[in-house]
Design a protein around this ligand. Structure first.
Ligand code: AMP
Length: 148
């Protein structure tokens, strides 16, 4: 595990305590100390990189396996199969700790949580307007052209 020393690297090395929920050879899952709701867990790869895209294919596969293993543990306790899974991938997206981490948040009836739509509360609710297919097609073209 090279790279910068992050808060999460210190937790992984055991230098800072955490409330561990699960672990694998290349990742650790522990409770978030500022939970959005009970059971809010972070799954963190050992590799201390900021962006998801900096992980190798194997590290990515391991990380998502870690997410699913963590879900299994939380499912048994919270008696739910439903989760909000989120990543703030970079500071503009809201990332506070510059070390990839997946937020795994159990969802249960009337838990007071919202959905991804809450990130952009001023957009129309889904189904309330016709999709703008012209704009979507033009954006698709531009994105694909940029990547040619
Ligand atoms: P993000 O905004 O995606 O970077 O999330 C960082 C998360 O790390 C926040 O939800 C914090 O509450 C959480 N956090 C910060 N320090 C610790 C810690 N020592 N143990 C567990 N979670 C932490």
């Amino acid at each position: 595990m090279g790279g910068p020393i992050t808060l999460f690297s210190k937790i992984i090395k055991g230098e800072i305590p955490c409330f561990e929920i699960a672990k694998g050879d290349t990742w650790l899952a522990f409770l978030d100390i500022n939970p959005r709701r009970a059971g809010h867990t972070l799954v963190v790869p050992h590799e201390p990189v900021r962006y998801l895209a900096e992980l190798s294919t194997n590290q990515l596969a391991d990380l998502w396996q870690g997410v699913v293993k963590t879900q299994t543990k939380l499912s048994a306790y919270f008696n739910t199969s439903d989760f909000l899974i989120g990543i703030h991938d970079g500071s503009l997206a809201g990332q506070e700790v510059p070390h990839v981490h997946v937020h795994v948040i159990p969802r249960t009836e009337n838990d007071g949580g919202r959905t991804l739509l809450a990130c952009w509360p001023n957009t129309p609710s889904i189904g309330s307007t016709e999709p703008d297919f012209t704009t979507l097609a033009s954006l698709q073209n531009e994105i694909l052209l940029t990547n040619k």
